[in-house]
Design a protein around this ligand. Structure first.
Ligand code: FES
Ligand code: FES
Length: 339
């Protein structure tokens, strides 16, 4: 299958080039994108949820940039696996040219699919691919131009970071320096940036979830200077100078943290959306020096919402982890609804 297209992007070639190399911008533009993580400057890991006719699947794959010619274009190679749905591979050549004050972006892509996707037929797969490309460029334009709502709101920091530019000197910018999962991090951000947005959008630590944005659900919980906090209630500048641990940094190398093992062993999760927050909030309790019992666990987790499990196995998991870690713990044998 082949896809070809030309798009006029209402931004300068420098801005378009910076955005094309910025995972935070690309993540916003890909329809159904769940995560977009930079492995290095030229390789990205991507998870996309897509529907092609009757086939709905979560595709995990990688994209690598080759033949990069700054401001002129690059070749993009990608492959993805969708389990039972099948797999896909694609190569795309993207080139940029000036078009007055705007930029003309031309792309030519070739794709191959296998498994169930191949059985659906190339016509349907081709039309879904073309629609995804249309949506991608519509959003891309929106991100890079004024008046694009949420996307435009995110654009200045993301594009500036990718371009290596120093964002404009108003009172709205701030330097943030902190340690995240043992690594020193330094960013120049809008001073209204939330810690959760710094973690997810700038550092691509997408294990920290956003479930509500109103401080209700606890999915965004991380450890800040040894204490569990909801990272959607903390400004990045407030965390500056601090030490942050996210769910990605909890394990000790290859070995899982006792809480992670216990959540698995006790079936303390179903869909898993709340799990990073639950584990980080539990970590806060286990580190607090408090006696661990049913009551203290329920109190520690009262700011975390789970829509699947009914909480019983979550409480059991925390008890089991505390026991395994040799912490003072009175585990209840009986199962009782915690809410
Ligand atoms: S996203 Fe922070 S509490 Fe829900
Ligand atoms: S496991 Fe689904 S929300 Fe908790």
């Amino acid at each position: 299958m082949e896809f070809k297209g030309r798009q006029v992007i209402h931004a300068s070639r420098e801005t378009v080039w910076a955005a094309l190399n910025n995972p935070a911008v690309l993540e916003q533009c890909i329809d159904g994108c769940e995560s977009f993580t930079a492995v290095n400057d030229s390789e990205w890991q991507v998870v996309v949820r897509a529907s092609v006719g009757p086939v709905k699947a979560r595709f995990k794959g990688s994209l690598s940039v080759q033949d990069r010619e700054p401001l002129r274009g690059y070749r993009l190679r990608g492959q993805g696996e969708g389990g039972m749905a099948g797999f896909g591979e694609m190569t795309a050549v993207v080139t940029l040219e000036d078009e007055g004050p705007d930029t003309l972006l031309v792309y030519a892509a070739q794709a191959h699919v296998g498994g169930k996707l191949a059985q659906i037929g190339s016509r349907l797969v081709g039309s879904v691919g073309a629609r995804m490309a249309d949506r991608f460029f519509a959003r891309f334009n929106e991100v890079l131009t004024e008046g694009g709502g949420e996307h435009a709101r995110l654009q200045p920091a993301a594009v500036a970071a990718s371009a290596g530019a120093q964002p404009g000197g108003s009172h709205e910018q701030a330097n943030v320096e902190l340690t995240v999962n043992g690594m020193p991090v330094r960013r120049h951000v809008d001073d209204r940036t939330l810690l959760v947005d710094l973690l997810r959008r700038e550092l691509h630590l997408t294990g920290t979830h956003v479930g509500c944005d109103t401080s209700q659900c606890g999915a965004c919980t991380v450890r800040l200077d040894g204490v569990a906090v909801k990272s959607c209630t903390v400004l990045a500048v407030q965390a500056s100078g601090g030490e942050v641990v996210t769910i990605e940094g909890l394990a000790d190398g290859e070995g899982m943290h006792p809480l992670q093992k216990a959540f698995m062993a006790c079936h303390g999760l179903q869909c898993g959306f709340c799990t990073p927050g639950m584990i980080m909030a539990s970590d806060g309790l286990l580190r607090s020096g408090r006696h661990i019992d049913h009551g203290s666990i329920c109190t520690a987790l009262e700011g975390n919402i789970c829509r699947c499990t009914g909480y019983i196995n979550i409480v059991r998991a925390v008890e089991q982890a505390a026991t395994e870690m040799g912490l003072p713990c009175s585990a209840r044998a009986d199962a009782e609804e915690t809410r």
